[in-house]
Design a protein around this ligand. Structure first.
Ligand code: NOJ
Length: 517
């Protein structure tokens, strides 16, 4: 279960549509990603999470799969994927694919079969009621398009029928609700393992699992879903013990019990993740009006339950959230990264966040993106045509580029010593050089008070302890602290001062110190 490479893993999330277009059709592809592996390594990242790249009608950017076993032609072929795994491994990178176990596209052939009146191998692949007039309570459904007399539950958008893993406690009065041990749900789970086996054999190193907490229905405490993932864990332990699993669940106390190595804190769920960067007064904003205390209280609660093996991952963002730079600018972004790259858990950097790429306002929704579309615009590489993303005509781009003349690019920021990109690289290098800053090293919060700044914590491994001091606000801040600041490892803006049993932190500053043993 313990997975060695995860202790030092630093992930880079790639939204394949928007990363690099190698064949001038306006959309990113696998060969484009291969061309940019060196860039990812140069950041210091050593792992990639790739959003779905499987065959799909793309009504939800690929989270609506119509064939789990083939790469979508717009990204390339299965051979390209194999090459991506090989090249990544040669460069010391691990690759996680995105596994979407909860639903398919309604264009999947399983769903077409499942819609038929006559019983067949896929009749029970999805969650169907026994009458078109009966909707599955609380779930949303597809109805009125099948020969079969029933309504099919959906998971997210109404074109994403829910795969059937059974109900935790089926209602005996509703005969259509199957239990987890019925044949249909069991077959769905076995097929899921086949899909995982297929890509793991090809060379993938694990999966980010979409909506991992919602597979079993009528399962408010997640007990059935935890059991299901424990079953998958046994399969992986037997066949692919090195495979890494990260869940989109947002409740580490549950997901880690289910055998996941890592869980994300997300913009939904109980984690208070939004308090950090994405609420009207985020803690990391220079206004200094935010409150970190609820986040820390919940974090510590999950941290205790997660035990020493589980990783709680705090992403810089992802393809579903506003860009980090939407709410934070300038120095605030740097201090946010000093936090992200000094916390336990595996860091996940969403492509372009390392440059402070902007959320592009006012875009028409692309492939079910809606408000998320502005966070999915093309990567900004340089000052050539289309910022080096693609040589297609601008109107052919999958999503328009950030049109600002000030838009950050990799090229510009590499040249500028004090750029965010260089800061991020420096922070990553520091994390890699110090075991106390790595993924499993322990954390102890020293100061994280209600409606107060700064934030201070200790990270410690067997042989070292590092003090992290963060003051995102535009005012100097102090807190009671008797520690002697000896060996400075990193600082941003003015250094802290020690006075009368207090540490005084300059406005918008960050500093890391190694403490004497
Ligand atoms: C979560 C994914 O991150 C999101 O992009 C997608 O729309 C939903 N799950 C549905 O699969």
């Amino acid at each position: 279960m313990m997975n060695n490479w995860l202790d030092q893993a630093i992930f880079y999330e790639i939204y394949p549509q928007s990363f690099c277009d190698s064949n001038a059709d306006g959309i990113g592809d696998l060969q484009g990603i291969i061309q940019k592996l060196d860039y990812i390594c140069s950041l210091g990242c050593n792992a990639i999470w790739l959003n779905p790249c499987f065959t799909s009608p793309f009504k939800d950017a690929g989270y609506d799969i119509s064939d789990y076993y083939t790469v979508a032609p717009r990204y390339g072929t299965n051979e390209d994927m194999k090459q991506l795994f090989e090249r990544a491994h040669k460069n010391g990178l691990h690759v996680l694919l995105d596994l979407v176990p909860g639903h398919t596209s309604c264009e999947h052939k399983w769903f077409h079969e499942s819609c038929k009146a006559e019983k067949n191998a896929f009749t029970d692949r999805y969650v169907w009621t026994d009458s078109v007039w009966k909707e599955p309570a609380g779930m949303g459904c597809i109805r009125g398009i099948s020969e079969r007399d029933g309504s099919c539950a959906v998971n997210f958008f109404s074109h994403q029928p829910a795969l059937n893993y059974g109900f935790y406690q089926p209602d005996p009065a509703e005969k259509w609700q199957q239990s987890m041990t019925d044949e249909g749900p069991k077959a769905t789970l076995e097929e899921l393992k086949n899909i995982m086996r297929f890509w793991l054999r090809m060379g993938c190193d694990g999966f980010r699992v979409d909506m991992a907490g919602s597979l079993v229905k009528n399962d408010p405490d997640g007990k059935g879903t935890i059991k299901l993932w424990q079953n998958v864990r046994h399969f992986l332990d037997d066949e692919f013990p090195a495979a890494a699993m990260v869940s989109e669940w947002g409740e580490p106390d549950k997901s880690l019990q289910g055998g996941f190595h890592m869980d994300f804190l997300l913009h939904f769920g109980p984690s208070h993740y939004n308090d950090l960067f994405r609420c009207p007064e985020p803690f990391f904003s220079a206004r200094g009006k935010g409150d970190i205390s609820a986040f820390v209280a919940k974090y510590l609660d999950s941290y205790k339950k997660a035990g020493t093996d589980g990783l709680i991952c705090i992403p810089s963002g992802n393809h579903d959230m506003d860009r980090l730079a939407h709410n934070l600018q300038g120095d605030a972004l740097r201090i946010a990264f000093a936090f992200l790259l000094s916390m336990p858990g595996a860091p996940f950097i969403y492509y372009g966040d390392e440059l402070g790429m902007n959320y592009v306002e006012g875009l028409t929704s692309v492939e079910g993106g809606y408000g998320r579309t502005g966070s999915r615009s093309p990567m900004q590489w340089d000052d050539s045509v289309n910022a080096g993303f693609s040589t297609a005509a601008a109107e052919k781009l999958y999503i328009p580029l950030d049109g600002s003349s000030e838009r950050p690019t990799v090229k510009k920021q590499l040249q500028e010593e004090s750029s965010l990109l260089n800061e991020v690289k420096q922070l990553i290098a520091l994390r890699k050089a110090h075991p106390a800053l790595q993924n499993h090293a322990r954390i102890k919060f020293l100061y994280a008070e209600k409606e107060r700044c700064p934030l201070a914590y200790l990270r410690s491994s067997e042989n070292e302890t590092i003090l992290v001091l963060l003051n995102p606000s535009n005012q100097p801040q102090s807190f009671p602290c008797e520690l002697t600041l000896t060996e400075e490892l990193y600082h941003f803006n003015a250094l802290p001062q020690s006075k009368d049993g207090k540490l005084l932190l300059a406005k918008q500053s960050a500093a890391f110190y190694r403490l004497r043993p």
